[in-house]
Design a protein around this ligand. Structure first.
Ligand code: FMN
Length: 435
């Protein structure tokens, strides 16, 4: 089935250790338009490391979704993209932005921002590899890219479902993104589109993102996501969207440009669209423990007149902030939206709702993990215990977000952070609810 991206699309930003399949589906249910897998190492992929292969397992309900790969070697990246393509993602995303030392030391992620010719060469190799998958398909199924040929491609390249341990087969391949602002032309043909996610540059003295975007477009990428920080900044300071705006408003650019950095309320998402004209935003940390953010942006888009009339934007050294001028704030008793990371004008979830969604989230994590094929033998009980322990630990990153701004949560959070048992989490949350 062909799918079109909305004019302004909301992406769940890829986050290693956070945006697993369960959380992606939760965000999708809340309104995220585009999902991306956690990053997968090209080197690990070509060596068929089980953890990397299982990270790529997609659920048919996730489309449109991209698989993100990272690496430093042209051959490995090309081969990894080919392996990833067999999972039928809608696009392959290349991570040229990760600032983590372990990755950078190997020349991958944002390290490439110090060697733009290499970035272009590797990206071009991946683009060509994805084109040749399209050509292979076209030579057997005709030259026009349509739903049929895309599906045939998916079928013709075969699946690694068994070897990659996908639990859900994806038979509705949507390897084809359309973008209404570009005359409804698809931004790919029958190829698998390649997108890039990167940063402004290496450090304050080197921010060549405008040139990088042009060069990547010229070698055939289908879209670019830009995090408004340099590698040197890591996650410090405020994201600078002005250069993202320059890329978007460069008359030479025709591929979609997606902005990223510090979007943690619906208002900020719309302000960035209004101010910089981006084709969409990626929301990362703002979605941790707050999958509602996507629904809130959509709701605010429906009530745009209210937003236009009531907010202005301040960009200061200290960061970006929304200035509230005159607004009817919905009545609230338990949470301050300024502190909660929730929209000021869109209803925010009640404590009961947050608890319910958090528990759904945790229970699904346990269920999915317990069903994971493992390389070692365990009894069903041991399998469940393992899944419960890992899931209760991994959900900890979400607690702060789920209950941000809610008075009296702190002592409960301390207890939640100490447990790895589902029943204990349930009991603590039940106590909190009644408090
Ligand atoms: C815990 C964590 C894990 C991340 N993992 C990835 C990743 O796997 N791939 C990637 O491109 N970016 C990754 N990022 C960066 C985010 O996608 C995003 O660019 C960054 O957090 C800025 O956006 P935000 O301000 O909305 O969080 C990660 C960020 C965090 C906080």
């Amino acid at each position: 089935m062909l799918k079109s991206l909305p004019k302004f699309s909301l992406w769940l930003a890829p986050m290693e250790g956070v945006t697993d399949r369960v959380f992606r589906l939760l965000c999708k249910r809340m309104g995220a338009d585009v999902l991306v897998s956690e990053f997968v190492s090209s080197e690990a992929l070509i060596r068929e490391k089980a953890a990397s292969l299982s990270k790529m397992a997609l659920d048919a309900r996730e489309h449109p979704i991209g698989i993100q790969i990272f690496g430093h070697d042209e051959n490995s990246m090309r081969a990894a993209a080919e392996i990833a393509a067999q999972e039928n993602p809608d696009f392959i995303d290349i991570n040229w932005g990760c600032p983590v030392n372990k990755i950078v030391k190997k020349g991958a992620g944002s390290a490439i921002l110090q060697d733009i010719p290499k970035m272009i060469r590797i990206t071009a190799a991946v683009v060509r590899a994805m084109e040749s998958i399209g050509r292979r398909n076209n030579s057997t199924n005709g030259t026009v890219c349509n739903a049929l040929s895309c599906k045939s491609r998916a079928e013709s390249i075969g699946r690694r479902t068994n070897s990659t341990n996908s639990t859900v087969r994806n038979d509705n391949a949507t390897p084809h993104i359309e973008h209404p602002e570009y005359n409804n032309k698809s931004i790919c043909s029958s190829n698998i589109p390649v997108t890039v996610k990167t940063r402004l540059g290496w450090d304050a003295s080197s921010k060549p993102i405008v040139e990088i975007a042009e060069r990547l477009q010229d070698i055939g990428i289908s879209g670019i996501s830009i995090h408004g920080r340099t590698r040197a900044q890591l996650y410090s300071g405020a994201a600078d969207w002005t250069l993202i705006g320059e890329v978007k408003n460069n008359p030479r650019m025709y591929i979609p440009v997606f902005g990223n950095g510090d979007i943690d309320t619906a208002e900020k998402a719309l302000l960035m669209r209004q101010r910089y004209g981006v084709d969409g935003v990626l929301i990362g940390r703002g979605a941790i423990g707050n999958p509602w953010i996507f629904a809130q942006v959509k709701e605010l888009m429906r009530k745009e007149h209210l937003f236009q009339e009531t907010h202005s934007y301040e960009h200061t050294e200290a960061g970006s902030k929304i200035r509230q001028e005159a607004i009817q704030i919905p009545e609230r008793t338990e949470v301050s939206p300024q502190r909660s990371g929730h929209s000021e004008v869109i209803p925010y979830p009640t404590t009961a709702e947050r608890i319910e969604v958090l528990l759904q989230h945790l229970r699904s994590e346990i269920k999915v993990r317990a069903a994971e094929p493992l390389t070692f033998e365990l009894t069903p009980e041991e399998r469940y215990a393992r899944a419960e322990r890992i899931s209760c630990n991994e959900i900890k990153i979400h607690y702060g977000g789920y209950f941000k701004g809610i008075q009296g949560f702190k002592p409960y959070k301390v207890r939640l952070m100490q447990t790895s048992a589902l029943t204990e989490v349930e009991n603590i949350l039940a106590e909190f609810r009644q408090a």
